[in-house]
Design a protein around this ligand. Structure first.
Ligand code: FAD
Length: 486
């Protein structure tokens, strides 16, 4: 099936909107009667909504899942082009992420992971490209450079940030954590400007921008420390947790299991291509109206849509002021993630930075396609932001910023222009978490708000989405059981 989402380009076919994905659901709806009153309506079929819908339907609740798109997975989905999965959004997973690993084990997918890198052949080099030219390092030198630059960045306490974020899965921001949340990474870099070598500065800045998709000024220093803490306070940990292990069959091969299990319960009704326009809620329940004018009713609702699009749904009564303010501020991540299939086989083993002049900042060999070509993935963001489909020559030139390469295919999803995401993974500007984390997590009457964007642990990750979907289903089940609410 082909989704309306995503783009691909080849010389022969030109630019095409829409790419094939096993995450597209056919038929798009199994709604039998418009009059059914559901126990719970889940809005959003990303990992959070899928987890919530599955857990609630397995618990015997009558569930309706409403999704704006034609597919599951939200910000994590893969396209299968000529038998090869290109990850359009969320990609890498790790066994240290407890929620995701529980689900990988549940579906018996422990042996379906592969490693993105292959340093066994080809140029096997780290290319550090700046306006001054390209320097070449071994991967061992890359690791040493990255570790030393990030250690200097996070070492606010003489213990690599361990005293600032001692419990990375806690939702409590201590006064010290708040102090760093009001600071940007640009502020922190100014503090250590005499301690970093020019190469360390390039490495630190580009790695931070890879994480936040914002600018150095709009990146909360606390949230970077939080990622660092979650990754075991080391650069090696960051690689293991953030960019190493992915599904051989693509993210959609994982997400589909959640949907199939929910469906098999017999309690799941669903409707895709159904953007929700408005939500009325009171003491007795919830009434949801789609853009097409279809209304659905339920006792409870789980709202599993991202922060940056919350204000696009009309809530009556309106969203609580703190949540509304958080959604108005939004998160800052405007990541540009683009895949290139290239005929240069030697580049399978390259990793590289192209900064601060280039639109794509961070890139590396991510796989080998069935044609034997190299698959390179590259990331940009708010820094030198661009829309890949608007100027393909610019997009291709951005890849040449790492090394000369012959591009045969491009594949990407424009997350900035995606009306149901308006950005990539959550990353906060200074102050957002200290001011609004609690507000984002609060329930409003019969609506539980759940999303990776305000998870406590792996916030911004698939693991965080599963954490939140689990919390939402438990909360709603407790409501029906008359137990204390979470
Ligand atoms: P979403 O996936 O955004 O799901 C929300 C759903 O709500 C969507 O399907 C959306 O269509 C739907 N929706 C929105 N508005 C409406 C409406 N009005 N009516 C009905 N439905 C609506 N995470 C990792 O763990 N590892 C990674 O390597 C990684 N890389 C990433 C790379 C990119 C480019 C991106 C974009 C994300 C990445 N992430 C990664 C983050 C991860 O993808 C997300 O944190 C996670 O998928 C979010 O899940 P969610 O269910 O909370 O939200």
């Amino acid at each position: 099936m082909t989704s309306k989402d995503g783009y691909s380009w080849t010389k022969a076919q030109g630019l095409r909107a829409g790419v094939p994905s096993i995450g597209v659901i056919e038929p798009p709806s199994n709604v039998k009667s418009a009059d059914t009153v559901y126990d719970v309506i889940v809005v959003g079929a990303g990992y959070c909504g899928l987890t919530a819908a599955r857990d609630a339907s397995l618990a015997g609740l009558k569930v309706l899942l409403l999704e704006a798109r034609d597919r599951i997975g939200g910000r994590s989905w893969s396209s299968n082009i000529e038998g090869y999965p290109y990850e359009m959004g969320g990609t890498w997973v790790f066994w240290g992420q407890a929620n995701i690993w529980r689900e990988i084990a549940r579906y018996g997918m422990q042996d379906e992971l592969e490693i993105s890198y292959d340093f066994s052949r080809g140029i096997n080099k780290y290319l550090l490209s700046s306006p001054q030219g390209t320097q070449t390092f071994t991967h061992e030198e890359e690791d040493a450079l990255m570790q030393s630059s990030l250690a200097k960045l996070v070492n606010v306490d003489g213990c690599l940030g361990k005293t600032v974020v001692p419990f990375p899965h806690s939702g409590v921001l201590t006064p010290e954590a708040r102090k760093y949340d009001h600071m940007s990474v640009a502020d922190r870099l100014a503090e250590i400007k005499n301690d970093l070598t020019p190469n360390e500065r390039l490495c630190a800045e580009s790695f931070v921008l890879l994480c936040s998709g914002g600018t150095l000024e709009t990146t909360s220093f606390y949230e970077f420390l939080h990622w660092w803490a979650l990754s075991g306070y080391s650069y090696e940990g960051c690689i293991d947790y953030l960019v190493k292990y992915k599904f051989r069959g693509g993210q959609s091969s994982f997400a589909i299991n959640f949907f199939k299990e929910a469906l098999a319960s017999g309690n799941l009704t669903y409707a895709f291509n159904s953007p929700v326009a408005s939500i009325q809620h009171g003491g007795n329940g919830v009434q949801i109206t789609t853009r097409a004018g279809q209304t659905y009713k339920s006792a409870k609702m789980i709202c599993a849509i991202p922060l940056n699009v919350l204000n696009d749904v009309a809530f009556d009564p309106p969203l609580a002021p703190g949540r509304k303010a958080a959604a108005t501020t939004g998160h800052v991540n405007q990541c540009v993630k683009v895949h290139a299939e290239i005929s240069d086989r030697d580049l399978r083993s390259f990793t590289g930075i192209s900064y601060p002049h280039n639109g794509l900042i961070y890139g590396f060999g991510d796989g080998e396609t069935p044609a034997g070509n190299t698959h390179v993935v590259a990331f940009g963001g708010q820094h030198n932001h661009f829309h890949p489909e608007e100027n393909l020559e610019h997009t291709k030139a951005a890849f040449q910023g790492f090394a000369p390469m012959n591009i045969e295919r491009l594949v990407f999803h424009n997350w900035s222009k995606d009306e149901f995401a308006k950005g990539a993974w959550f990353f906060p500007a200074p102050g957002l978490l200290s001011t609004h984390l609690k507000d984002m997590r609060a329930r409003e009457r019969n609506i539980v708000f759940a999303c990776s964007d305000w998870a406590l642990g792996w916030r911004s990750f698939i693991d965080g989405a599963i954490e939140e979907g689990t919390r939402a289903a438990i909360t709603v089940r407790a409501d029906f059981a008359g137990r204390a609410k979470l």
